[in-house]
Design a binder for this molecule. Structure first.
Ligand SMILES: C[S@@+](CC[C@H](N)C(=O)[O-])C[C@H]1O[C@@H](n2cnc3c(N)ncnc32)[C@H](O)[C@@H]1O
Length: 209
Protein backbone atom coordinates (compact mmCIF):
# COMPACT_ATOMS: atom_id res chain seq x y z
CA UNK A 1 0.00 0.00 0.00
CA UNK A 2 1.25 3.52 -0.82
CA UNK A 3 2.61 5.26 2.24
CA UNK A 4 2.04 8.79 0.96
CA UNK A 5 -0.51 10.19 -1.40
CA UNK A 6 -0.52 13.74 -2.71
CA UNK A 7 -3.51 15.39 -1.01
CA UNK A 8 -3.54 18.09 -3.69
CA UNK A 9 -4.24 15.57 -6.45
CA UNK A 10 -7.53 16.21 -8.27
CA UNK A 11 -8.52 12.65 -7.28
CA UNK A 12 -9.54 14.10 -3.91
CA UNK A 13 -11.68 16.97 -5.23
CA UNK A 14 -14.73 14.72 -5.28
CA UNK A 15 -16.04 14.31 -1.73
CA UNK A 16 -18.10 11.37 -0.53
CA UNK A 17 -21.55 12.08 0.82
CA UNK A 18 -21.31 12.76 4.56
CA UNK A 19 -24.21 11.19 6.50
CA UNK A 20 -25.98 13.06 9.29
CA UNK A 21 -24.77 12.59 12.88
CA UNK A 22 -27.70 10.31 13.65
CA UNK A 23 -26.84 8.13 10.66
CA UNK A 24 -23.18 7.96 11.72
CA UNK A 25 -23.66 7.28 15.43
CA UNK A 26 -25.96 5.31 17.73
CA UNK A 27 -26.36 8.38 19.95
CA UNK A 28 -25.69 11.60 18.08
CA UNK A 29 -25.82 13.69 21.28
CA UNK A 30 -22.48 12.44 22.65
CA UNK A 31 -19.33 14.59 22.62
CA UNK A 32 -17.70 14.43 19.20
CA UNK A 33 -13.96 14.06 18.56
CA UNK A 34 -12.35 14.21 15.11
CA UNK A 35 -9.00 12.55 14.32
CA UNK A 36 -7.44 13.84 11.10
CA UNK A 37 -5.19 11.37 9.27
CA UNK A 38 -6.39 8.38 11.30
CA UNK A 39 -4.65 5.78 9.06
CA UNK A 40 -6.10 2.29 9.67
CA UNK A 41 -8.22 3.57 12.55
CA UNK A 42 -6.84 1.31 15.30
CA UNK A 43 -6.36 4.25 17.69
CA UNK A 44 -9.99 5.33 17.23
CA UNK A 45 -11.24 1.76 17.59
CA UNK A 46 -9.37 1.47 20.93
CA UNK A 47 -10.89 4.79 22.05
CA UNK A 48 -14.44 4.04 20.89
CA UNK A 49 -14.59 0.63 22.57
CA UNK A 50 -13.62 2.06 25.96
CA UNK A 51 -15.08 5.59 25.94
CA UNK A 52 -18.69 4.94 25.10
CA UNK A 53 -19.70 8.46 26.16
CA UNK A 54 -17.85 9.92 23.15
CA UNK A 55 -18.41 9.70 19.43
CA UNK A 56 -15.29 9.45 17.25
CA UNK A 57 -14.89 10.45 13.64
CA UNK A 58 -11.78 9.66 11.60
CA UNK A 59 -10.78 11.18 8.26
CA UNK A 60 -8.13 9.43 6.20
CA UNK A 61 -6.94 10.00 2.64
CA UNK A 62 -5.89 6.40 1.85
CA UNK A 63 -9.07 4.75 0.64
CA UNK A 64 -8.12 1.13 1.30
CA UNK A 65 -7.39 1.92 4.96
CA UNK A 66 -10.79 3.55 5.32
CA UNK A 67 -12.57 0.60 3.67
CA UNK A 68 -10.87 -1.83 6.08
CA UNK A 69 -11.55 0.39 9.08
CA UNK A 70 -15.24 0.59 8.14
CA UNK A 71 -15.41 -3.20 7.92
CA UNK A 72 -13.94 -3.52 11.42
CA UNK A 73 -16.55 -1.11 12.78
CA UNK A 74 -19.36 -3.12 11.19
CA UNK A 75 -17.97 -6.46 12.35
CA UNK A 76 -17.48 -5.27 15.93
CA UNK A 77 -20.80 -3.39 15.91
CA UNK A 78 -19.19 -0.18 17.17
CA UNK A 79 -21.85 2.51 17.29
CA UNK A 80 -19.76 5.49 18.34
CA UNK A 81 -17.19 5.49 15.54
CA UNK A 82 -17.32 6.54 11.88
CA UNK A 83 -14.69 6.86 9.16
CA UNK A 84 -14.68 9.18 6.17
CA UNK A 85 -12.37 8.82 3.17
CA UNK A 86 -10.72 11.84 1.55
CA UNK A 87 -8.57 14.92 1.99
CA UNK A 88 -9.58 16.38 5.37
CA UNK A 89 -9.03 19.93 4.13
CA UNK A 90 -11.47 19.49 1.24
CA UNK A 91 -13.99 17.54 3.31
CA UNK A 92 -14.17 20.00 6.18
CA UNK A 93 -14.23 23.03 3.90
CA UNK A 94 -17.19 21.59 2.05
CA UNK A 95 -20.61 23.12 2.76
CA UNK A 96 -22.10 19.71 3.63
CA UNK A 97 -19.63 19.27 6.54
CA UNK A 98 -20.58 22.45 8.39
CA UNK A 99 -22.61 20.48 10.92
CA UNK A 100 -19.53 18.40 11.80
CA UNK A 101 -17.38 21.43 12.59
CA UNK A 102 -20.16 22.98 14.67
CA UNK A 103 -20.54 19.83 16.76
CA UNK A 104 -16.89 19.14 17.51
CA UNK A 105 -15.51 19.12 21.06
CA UNK A 106 -11.99 18.41 19.87
CA UNK A 107 -9.73 17.64 16.91
CA UNK A 108 -6.44 15.74 16.86
CA UNK A 109 -3.61 15.86 14.35
CA UNK A 110 -1.49 12.88 15.38
CA UNK A 111 1.85 12.60 13.63
CA UNK A 112 0.74 14.18 10.36
CA UNK A 113 2.85 13.58 7.26
CA UNK A 114 5.83 15.97 7.52
CA UNK A 115 6.46 16.57 3.79
CA UNK A 116 10.07 17.55 4.44
CA UNK A 117 10.83 19.33 1.16
CA UNK A 118 9.95 23.00 1.18
CA UNK A 119 8.17 22.77 -2.17
CA UNK A 120 5.89 20.12 -0.60
CA UNK A 121 4.93 22.14 2.49
CA UNK A 122 1.63 22.99 0.81
CA UNK A 123 0.72 19.28 1.07
CA UNK A 124 0.82 19.43 4.87
CA UNK A 125 -2.61 19.05 6.39
CA UNK A 126 -2.15 22.01 8.76
CA UNK A 127 -2.26 25.10 6.53
CA UNK A 128 -2.81 28.74 7.53
CA UNK A 129 -6.03 28.88 5.42
CA UNK A 130 -7.31 25.71 7.09
CA UNK A 131 -6.57 27.02 10.59
CA UNK A 132 -8.21 30.31 9.66
CA UNK A 133 -11.25 28.39 8.45
CA UNK A 134 -11.36 26.41 11.73
CA UNK A 135 -11.00 29.59 13.78
CA UNK A 136 -14.07 31.01 12.01
CA UNK A 137 -16.14 27.84 12.25
CA UNK A 138 -15.35 26.00 15.50
CA UNK A 139 -17.35 26.70 18.62
CA UNK A 140 -15.64 28.46 21.50
CA UNK A 141 -13.94 25.95 23.80
CA UNK A 142 -13.16 23.42 21.04
CA UNK A 143 -9.73 21.89 21.55
CA UNK A 144 -7.05 21.15 18.96
CA UNK A 145 -4.33 18.61 19.79
CA UNK A 146 -1.15 18.36 17.76
CA UNK A 147 1.51 15.70 18.16
CA UNK A 148 4.57 14.85 16.06
CA UNK A 149 8.11 13.51 16.30
CA UNK A 150 9.37 16.03 13.71
CA UNK A 151 10.54 19.23 15.40
CA UNK A 152 10.40 21.29 12.22
CA UNK A 153 6.82 20.20 11.58
CA UNK A 154 5.90 20.94 15.19
CA UNK A 155 7.33 24.47 14.94
CA UNK A 156 5.48 25.01 11.69
CA UNK A 157 2.12 23.77 13.09
CA UNK A 158 2.60 25.61 16.37
CA UNK A 159 3.45 28.86 14.60
CA UNK A 160 0.47 28.46 12.23
CA UNK A 161 -2.03 27.84 15.04
CA UNK A 162 -0.54 30.23 17.63
CA UNK A 163 -0.44 33.11 15.18
CA UNK A 164 -4.22 32.89 14.86
CA UNK A 165 -5.67 35.11 17.60
CA UNK A 166 -8.67 32.80 18.08
CA UNK A 167 -6.52 30.00 19.54
CA UNK A 168 -4.74 29.95 22.89
CA UNK A 169 -2.27 27.36 24.11
CA UNK A 170 -3.29 25.28 27.12
CA UNK A 171 -0.57 24.52 29.63
CA UNK A 172 -0.21 20.72 29.81
CA UNK A 173 0.04 20.79 33.60
CA UNK A 174 -3.37 22.51 33.83
CA UNK A 175 -4.98 20.00 31.52
CA UNK A 176 -7.44 17.42 32.81
CA UNK A 177 -7.02 14.38 30.53
CA UNK A 178 -9.74 12.45 32.33
CA UNK A 179 -12.35 14.73 30.71
CA UNK A 180 -10.73 14.61 27.28
CA UNK A 181 -11.44 12.38 24.27
CA UNK A 182 -8.53 10.17 25.39
CA UNK A 183 -8.70 9.74 29.17
CA UNK A 184 -6.69 6.51 29.06
CA UNK A 185 -3.92 8.12 27.00
CA UNK A 186 -4.07 5.50 24.28
CA UNK A 187 -1.26 5.77 21.74
CA UNK A 188 -1.50 5.87 17.96
CA UNK A 189 0.58 3.39 15.93
CA UNK A 190 3.10 6.07 15.05
CA UNK A 191 3.39 7.10 18.69
CA UNK A 192 4.05 3.48 19.74
CA UNK A 193 6.82 3.30 17.12
CA UNK A 194 8.29 6.61 18.29
CA UNK A 195 8.31 5.45 21.92
CA UNK A 196 9.95 2.10 21.08
CA UNK A 197 12.62 3.94 19.10
CA UNK A 198 13.12 6.53 21.86
CA UNK A 199 12.45 9.48 19.56
CA UNK A 200 11.21 12.84 20.83
CA UNK A 201 7.53 13.71 20.88
CA UNK A 202 6.42 17.32 20.47
CA UNK A 203 2.85 18.10 21.39
CA UNK A 204 0.57 20.99 22.26
CA UNK A 205 -3.09 21.65 22.98
CA UNK A 206 -4.97 24.78 21.88
CA UNK A 207 -8.40 26.09 22.76
CA UNK A 208 -10.65 28.15 20.54
CA UNK A 209 -11.45 31.35 22.43
C1 LIG B 1 2.24 9.57 9.49
S1 LIG B 1 0.63 8.95 9.33
C2 LIG B 1 0.07 8.96 11.04
C3 LIG B 1 -1.10 8.07 11.25
C4 LIG B 1 -1.70 8.10 12.66
N1 LIG B 1 -2.32 9.37 12.97
C5 LIG B 1 -0.71 7.74 13.70
O1 LIG B 1 -0.36 8.60 14.53
O2 LIG B 1 -0.26 6.58 13.71
C6 LIG B 1 -0.29 10.32 8.65
C7 LIG B 1 -1.64 9.90 8.11
O3 LIG B 1 -2.34 11.04 7.64
C8 LIG B 1 -2.97 10.73 6.39
N2 LIG B 1 -3.17 12.01 5.70
C9 LIG B 1 -2.22 12.82 5.18
N3 LIG B 1 -2.76 13.93 4.65
C10 LIG B 1 -4.10 13.82 4.83
C11 LIG B 1 -5.20 14.65 4.51
N4 LIG B 1 -5.04 15.82 3.89
N5 LIG B 1 -6.45 14.25 4.86
C12 LIG B 1 -6.63 13.06 5.49
N6 LIG B 1 -5.63 12.22 5.83
C13 LIG B 1 -4.38 12.60 5.51
C14 LIG B 1 -1.96 9.79 5.72
O4 LIG B 1 -2.51 9.02 4.70
C15 LIG B 1 -1.52 8.95 6.92
O5 LIG B 1 -2.35 7.83 7.13
Amino acid sequence: MRQHVNPLSINFNQIEKIPSLSEMFGNSKLNLHLDIGCAAGEFLIDLALVNTSWNYLGIEIREKLVKNAKLKVLKREIKNLYFVFGNANNILNDEQSKFIIKNLKSISFNFPDPWFKKRHYKRRVVQPEFINFLSNSLRKGTLIYIKTDVKDLFDYMDCTISSNVCFETIDKKDFNYSKSFNPNKFKTNREKYVIVNQLDIFERIYIKI
